[in-house]
Design a binder for this molecule. Structure first.
Ligand code: SF4
Length: 207
């Protein structure tokens, strides 16, 4: 009897080693188990375990008592985790994170919602790209061009922001007879002007 059991004043469970051994051996011979936890569960279900006094033998106690009483067991110990070559755990893996559509919509001005319907739905379904798009649009008061022209390179989203389908074009322009370099941003496909970045005098000075 352990000190803890004695301290709590519980009557110890007395097991007959021969009976215990016979129960285990019979079960292993009749059924065969792939691991010991199923063996102890089967021991717990036997009439012998249920009839013991002052209380029935549980699977957990059977496991501890077997070790204490050096019961011979042929059933192999179970392995932790997955074995090599075993398929994925059913229902395992990382769960896709989804968001509440009404919650996302509430952060978008009513007049912008129709145009962002698909993006909102994708964001609710867990799309990171859609969440970034919403975040950048929110940051620029829902102005696509502003996202495209964003110069906040220190922002962690800068490199992955949407509407980046633009290129920087440098052109020489004349102002009051003087030549300046205009750096502007145009859309890659159409060449459409998106915004002016700066106008310089060609020596590094901005106009
Ligand atoms: S990348 Fe630019 S637009 Fe997007 S969140 Fe950052 S600062 Fe705002």
């Amino acid at each position: 009897m352990s000190d803890e059991v004695a301290k709590r004043g519980r009557k110890p469970l007395i097991l007959d080693k021969a009976e215990f051994q016979r129960t285990v051996t019979d079960l292993e011979t009749e059924k065969g188990f792939s691991n010991r936890s199923t063996l102890w569960k089967a021991v717990e279900e036997t009439a012998w375990a249920k009839s013991l006094l002052p209380r029935a033998l549980t699977a957990q106690v059977a496991m501890m008592k077997a070790e204490e009483m050096q019961i011979l067991i042929n059933t192999p110990k179970g392995k932790r985790g997955r074995s090599k070559g075993e398929g994925p755990v059913v229902g395992g893996g990382r769960k896709k994170k989804t968001f509440s559509l009404p919650m996302l919509e509430s952060g978008v001005p009513v007049e912008e919602r129709a145009g962002l319907e698909k993006t909102l739905q994708k964001a609710a379904n867990g799309s990171l790209k859609a969440r970034i798009k919403l975040n950048c649009l929110n940051c620029t008061n829902w102005q696509k061009k502003e996202v495209s022209l964003c110069e906040t390179r220190s922002c962690p989203l800068w490199d992955v922001r949407p509407y980046k389908n633009v290129k920087v074009v440098k052109e020489t322009i004349e102002i009051d007879g003087e030549e300046f370099i205009e750096t502007k941003i145009v859309e890659k496909v159409t060449g459409e002007f998106v915004g002016c970045q700066n106008v310089s005098d060609g020596n590094g000075g901005l106009v």
